[in-house]
Design a protein around this ligand. Structure first.
Ligand code: AMP
Length: 404
């Protein structure tokens, strides 16, 4: 099947056009500044390795979708003869609350439940609704499937997802752990399980999705047992600009000392913390590495920002091995996990207690490709596995549409 995968943001829309029979990506692109002056589309035809950028008015997501279809069917930059060759559309959805534990075909009922998810991720949900409604307007007859970042984590038991707050907050407001990056954790854990010489039901895998946003997940028998992100994607390990887990009492303390409103303290924790806040250099791990190498003014704090993340990842790995009663494999993925060999080495050093025998030489060469970075004798396999959320979305969409 040929599936159009859509990732709608509030003023942007990323897309990939994927053949799920061959896993080949025919085309991909990005519409930017939707609804704003100067909107533009950047489209790449990957079979011919050509691309183009056009400034074109897009007053809403429906206009953006019409432009995407125009480029997919374009004589020079296109990859299909006409719109009939698009079998279905698969949407990435950031938050499905507790309503969605798997991917689902769009219907009025599904749309109504998605509206309720605004409470958990207001900006993202609003953007997804615009993307879905844009597709309904531009291609009303195409089936649409929603694939949720939270769905994979819905298999957690209450011990892992209930916070030790008054229980009525869970009942009244749905305050619980939901997790994030579920589509990525699902993909890399499934790829890892295939490499292990045992039935999936017996596998114990820890997946480390380390990018601008980061989360770590314990996957036992193919199901999530625990994950580091929580009610929101602010929880867990240190990130580019997010603080991760902190003592909750710090929040009212800082609000009082700095005279901050709830919105302002939220901004500090989401946008001014993490790598950026600790180092004073940047939110990007590459900039921290450069600062450390050059020994610039903030190099010590840049190193501290990296060391904090390493320390926290080690703690999550240790605790997840504890709750799973062991671990067969550890996987690194996303921007930092796939590309930052130095950080992977720091994380996996001194982990002999767990049965990790790290292969430094293999690790040094592993960059953006699937690779084993533990020795053949290692009791715990350690791998770099590039994530592919778009492929999961396309495959789920094709499977649901094929069964109609
Ligand atoms: P992501 O959110 O998955 O795009 O990851 C972004 C993070 O990954 C940033 O901190 C980048 O510094 C890091 N990253 C992305 N690509 C590379 C690369 N080629 N080499 C080193 N770090 C990278």
């Amino acid at each position: 099947m040929k599936i159009l995968v859509v990732n709608a943001g509030s003023s942007s829309l990323k897309y990939q056009f994927i053949d799920t029979d061959t896993n080949v990506v025919f085309a991909k692109g990005l519409c930017e500044r939707i609804g704003i002056e100067g909107s533009l589309i950047n489209h790449k035809q990957l079979l011919k390795s050509i691309g183009t950028t056009e400034t074109a008015p897009m007053k809403n997501h429906a206009d953006a979708m019409k432009l995407v279809v125009k480029y997919l069917t374009d004589a020079e930059y296109g990859c299909i003869a006409d719109m009939n060759e698009i079998d279905a559309i698969g949407h990435r959805v950031v938050h499905g609350g507790a309503y969605f534990s798997e991917s689902i075909l769009l219907s009025d009922d599904v749309l109504a439940k998605l509206e309720l998810c605004r409470d958990f991720a207001p900006l993202h949900t609003e953007a997804h609704l615009m993307g879905i409604k844009g597709c309904l307007e531009a291609m009303p007859e195409k089936p649409q499937v929603l694939v949720f970042d939270t769905a994979f984590h819905q298999s957690m038991a209450p011990d892992a997802y209930i916070y030790a707050l008054p229980y009525e907050y869970y009942e009244k407001y749905g305050i619980r752990r939901y997790g994030a990056h579920g589509t990525s954790h699902r993909y890399v854990s499934a790829e890892m399980a295939k490499l292990l010489d045992k039935p999936v039901e017996e596998t114990k895998i820890i997946t480390c999705h380390l990018g601008n946003g980061s989360s770590i997940t314990a996957v036992k028998g193919g199901k999530v047992m625990d994950t580091s992100m929580g009610f929101t994607p602010l929880a867990g390990v240190e990130m580019g600009t997010r603080c991760g887990d902190i003592d909750p009492a710090i929040v009212p303390y800082v609000m009082e000392k700095e005279n901050l409103t709830p919105d302002q303290v939220n901004t500090v924790m989401n946008k001014k913390s993490g790598f950026l806040g600790v180092s004073g250099v940047s939110s990007d791990a590459r900039d921290l590495d450069t600062a450390i190498k050059e020994g610039s003014a903030n190099s010590e704090r840049a190193q501290l920002a990296i060391n904090i993340l390493v320390h926290q990842i080690k703690k999550f790995i240790g605790s997840y091995a504890a709750v799973m009663n062991g671990v067969d494999a550890i996987v690194f993925t996303a921007g930092i996990g796939e590309n930052n060999a130095a950080l992977r080495e720091l994380v996996c050093s001194n982990m002999e207690y767990l049965g990790v025998e790290f292969d430094k030489a293999a690790n040094a060469t592993a960059r953006g490709v699937m690779m084993k970075i533990s020795t053949d004798n290692s009791k715990v396999a350690v791998y770099v596995i590039p994530t592919n959320e778009e492929l999961v979305i396309a495959k789920d969409t094709a499977a649901i549409v094929a069964a109609l």
